[in-house]
Design a protein around this ligand. Structure first.
Ligand code: IPE
Ligand code: IPE
Ligand code: MG
Length: 578
């Protein structure tokens, strides 16, 4: 903390407090494993709800909400690290070093990533993710192995032994001997080996190569402090089984004092920019206007009246621009707010046929399709649509020739890298799995998602590597996990609970599902959310459509009578619906 620039310390403390809360809830001696896991789930559920509201009544969660919103952090990593911590409630037995490393990384990497993102957002260029930096994952292992050694006495008190079983066997050490705190020659040899291993992992020669000089000071200092802890472990001898080894204040100061002096001077030379507080987070006013918090929600022409209020967020320093008008001069229809669909989902089909009919390669069709999509987004902004979801690549589309797929991904990357859409009041969400997608595509999707998350105009969900059945299977898996963990009982599983366990629980039901290209099928698109959607099929290929087709689809929708299972009303006139 002392080495971080002062402007970043509140955010670091907030993250530390969240991490510490998770650990404390799981490590507490109050209640059995199921109760402790449930307590952590309640806390993370509350955090999730607070993040949606934009504020919290709990001081730690309020600090986290403010930090996440202010700096535009992606809370997914935090939640997945809590998922791993939750599984630790019942104690953990790790068999091999590979298992050990993957557990360590899934618990810790995301916190390191949050700190890196903070630095990067504050203007300290750190463009590579930690896991892309050679040796960082091993360095993290070294820190955690040191922790494991230092924490040995407290872990043993709880009956936990976090050294891989295969390593114990290799040194002929019986787990019961360690748990029974018997200091044998074999155990001494094992501790010697673990200390040497931790030392080797901490000393990653290339770690700071190419890194910004100030974070490099931070890493080198951390290495120094962890070496001091390892020396304290070595000095403990048999006492390691009963008493936490401590680094003396003098030894600690010897490493820290020069580093603090160096960092303080260095930070003065680096301009640090900190964003202002997120609206509402510190005042306690809830961010009601955040999309996804309710259904429907159109205020007529929210896109044009510029009340988006997203300026000042990281990545959104520029004010959002109003939508661009259509080149033909066409103006949006006036749609009665009460009859406006809240969520329009589109199967944008026909790119390939459009290209083939013009003697062009199929990927030219995808490029033309991307241009059509841009116009549709402007048209959606112009009518104040709340949610637009577009099917861009299905899990079944992997059956296409590799060349077409890679060209399509290239087009997507280029489109997402362009600011053209993101200068407007568009919040991008990505639905789908990262598996097998090019890293650059995953990164640009995540980046846009992160930096536009506080926009309040149109929520534009792009389905890339999306499959409806896969999404349902994921929800079922998540429910099964929660049931096995004792967080829910099978009898509690309702439609509502199921929907909350979908990978994108914020996505509202689809009101209008539109498919272009002449085919009349759903092709595994949003089966849960579209179960009561009004269907609209048109024959034009996707590259031929523009915002006027969207407006026609929406206008046609306003005349539909949605009964949702009820008996027909005698008077179907829209006016009667008011
Ligand atoms: C839709 O157009 C876009 C994607 C599936 C990526 P298609 O590529 O399916 O076009 P057609 O249906 O073959 O014409
Ligand atoms: C659906 O279109 C998927 C997308 C538009 C991304 P397809 O063209 O892949 O659908 P099918 O295979 O013809 O049903
Ligand atoms: Mg098709």
């Amino acid at each position: 903390m002392a080495l971080m620039p002062p402007a970043l310390r509140p955010a670091c403390w907030a993250l530390w407090a969240a991490l510490r809360t998770g650990d404390d809830l799981i490590d507490s001696t109050d209640g059995d494993a199921t109760e402790r896991a449930a307590r952590l789930s309640r806390w993370t559920d509350a955090l999730e709800a607070d993040l949606r509201r934009g504020t919290s009544d709990d001081p730690v969660r309020l600090a986290v909400v403010d930090t996440v919103l202010r700096w535009g952090l992606d809370p997914e990593g935090i939640f997945s690290s809590f998922d791993t911590v939750r599984e630790d409630a019942a104690g953990r037995r790790l068999e091999t070093w590979a298992e050990w490393s993957s557990w360590v990384r899934s618990t810790n990497m995301s916190w390191a990533e949050q700190c890196r993102t903070l630095l990067d957002r504050a203007g300290v260029a750190m463009p590579l993710r930690w896991e892309q930096i050679e040796g960082f994952s091993r360095f993290l292992d070294g820190m955690y192995l040191t922790d494991t050694l230092v924490d040995l006495p407290t872990d043993l008190e709880r009956g936990d032994l976090l050294v891989p079983m295969a390593e114990l066997a290799r040194f002929d050490v019986a787990p019961d001997d360690v748990l029974g705190r018997r200091w044998t020659p074999e155990l001494r040899a094992l501790v010697g080996e673990l200390t040497a291993r931790a030392r080797g992992w901490l000393d990653q020669p290339g770690l700071t190569a190419g890194l910004h000089p100030v974070p490099a000071i931070l890493l080198r200092t951390t290495t120094g402090l962890f070496h001091a802890r390892l020396r304290a472990v070595e000095r403990s001898g048999a006492a390691l089984l009963r008493r936490t080894p401590r680094v003396s204040a003098v030894a600690q100061w010897r490493v820290l004092a020069p580093a603090r002096a160096r960092a303080a001077v260095a930070w003065r030379l680096v301009p640090i920019s900190a964003p202002p507080p997120a609206a509402g987070a510190l005042t306690g006013a809830s961010a009601e206007a955040r999309p996804g918090s309710g259904r429907g929600g159109s205020d007529g022409h929210s896109g044009t009246d510029g009340h988006g209020g997203t300026a000042g967020r990281p990545g959104g320093a520029r004010p959002v621009l109003p939508p661009k008008p259509h080149p033909s001069g066409a103006r949006p229809p006036l749609i009665d707010a009460d009859r406006m669909p809240g969520h329009v989902a589109v199967i944008a089909d026909g790119n390939g046929r459009w290209a083939t009919e013009r003697g062009l390669p199929r990927h030219e069709g995808h490029r033309a399709g991307a241009a059509a999509l841009r116009d549709i987004v402007h048209g959606a902004l112009e009518i104040g649509l709340g949610h637009l979801t577009v099917y861009a690549f299905s899990t079944e589309n992997w059956r296409r020739p590799a060349g077409e797929v890679s060209e399509l991904f290239r087009t997507m990357c280029a489109e997402l890298a362009e600011d053209e859409l993101f200068d407007h009041d568009v919040r991008l969400c990505w639905a789908g799995r990262p598996d097998n997608l090019p890293t650059e595509l995953v990164e640009v999707l995540e980046h846009r998602q992160r930096t536009t998350q506080d926009r309040s105009g149109l929520t534009f969900t792009l389905c890339v590597n999306y499959g409806g059945r896969a999404e349902l299977a994921d929800a079922a898996g998540e429910l099964a996990r929660a049931a096995v963990a004792g967080e829910i009982a099978p009898a509690q599983v309702s439609e509502h609970l199921f929907a909350r366990h979908l990978p994108r629980p914020q996505l509202p039901d689809v009101d209008l599902l539109w498919r272009t290209g002449g085919d009349h099928r759903i092709s595994n698109f949003l089966p849960w959310q579209s179960s009561y959607a009004e269907l609209h099929f048109t024959d034009e290929y996707w590259p031929q459509v523009d915002r006027r087709d969207l407006w026609r689809a929406v206008t046609a929708y306003t005349a539909r009578q949605r009964r949702l299972g009820a008996a027909p009303t005698t008077e179907p006139e829209p006016a009667e619906q008011h």
